[in-house]
Write a protein that binds this ligand. Structure first.
Ligand code: GLP
Length: 260
């Protein structure tokens, strides 16, 4: 894994947006994997600034990682609404090219299968942006998720519902279930770019970067990805042990090893 440590959340967003911009510049019809949550917001802000400066995002398509089951698409905290508000509008994406799993489908298993088929039909995800939960989840792949899982229904961990209760009026209103891309789906993306900031993510980051590959820390599956980059601020890096080495590798990143 490539571990990039920068000063703070603005720098995390700037670095991640730079990576995405390189991919879109090389392939204007790139397929982006987009994440919800607070972690990627600075990345979207920085990408919006790049768009204002001339980056053409009009031909990209995007797939969201996950969606709650059972809340209306126009509920402000449905991921349909969040992706529209935080990603589609500020980046000026073509909404017809943006997909979010259908958590209202009568047949959720069929909707999950259909989502996988849509990703495949688009040629796969070129770069998957990810945040991470305090318990190590990526997407909504909670601890003990199968490392080869595909898009499916999951039951949210109580800790995740509590963490996300801040977006709802009360804990009771946080859905119990979700549709989420699986860890295997995420691994299929050509690039993975995980962003995290703040001390509350430090333990999860240490586990997924330096701990064993384990379904107990689902983000650790990224150790099996050929091109995974972890972009973190100093606070999120504070429980890592090899920080000197990560800084050294970034400083000595050579053009003969572009994907080290
Ligand atoms: C949410 C999302 C994840 C996100 C994570 C962390 O529940 N399903 O995709 O990465 O939790 O959220 P935040 O970035 O707000 O800490």
């Amino acid at each position: 894994m490539e571990v990039v440590i920068v000063a703070g959340s603005v720098e995390v967003g700037a670095f991640a947006a730079g990576r995405i911009a390189e991919i879109v510049a090389a392939k204007p019809e790139a397929v982006l994997g987009v994440a919800t949550g607070s972690s990627p917001l600075e990345t979207y802000r920085a990408l919006a600034a790049r768009r204002d400066a001339g980056l053409d995002l009009s031909r990209v398509s995007a797939f969201a990682l996950d969606e709650y089951v059972g809340i209306a698409h126009d509920h402000p905290e449905s991921y349909h609404a969040v992706v529209d508000r935080e990603v589609v509008q500020p980046l000026g994406l073509d909404a017809s090219r943006v997909r979010v799993p259908d958590g209202l489908a009568a047949d959720l298993d069929a909707a999950a299968e259909d989502y996988e088929a849509q990703i495949a039909a688009a040629g796969g995800v070129d770069v998957q942006l990810l945040g991470i939960g305090g318990n190590g989840h990526i997407g909504f792949n909670e601890p003990t998720s199968s490392l080869v899982s595909r898009t499916r229904v999951k039951t949210l961990a109580p800790a995740t519902r509590e963490a996300n209760a801040r977006f709802f009026d009360s804990l009771d209103q946080v859905p119990m279930h979700c549709l989420t891309q699986g860890l295997g789906t995420i691994l299929d993306a050509k690039r993975a770019l995980l962003v995290a900031q703040g001390a509350s993510k430090a333990h999860a980051i240490a586990q997924i970067v330096e701990g064993p590959v384990s379904s107990m820390w689902p983000g650790s599956v990224l150790q099996l990805h050929r091109h995974a980059t972890i972009v973190i601020d100093e606070a999120a890096a504070s429980e890592l042990t090899l920080t000197d080495y990560y800084r050294y590798t970034v400083e000595h990143r050579s053009i003969v090893q572009p994907d080290a």
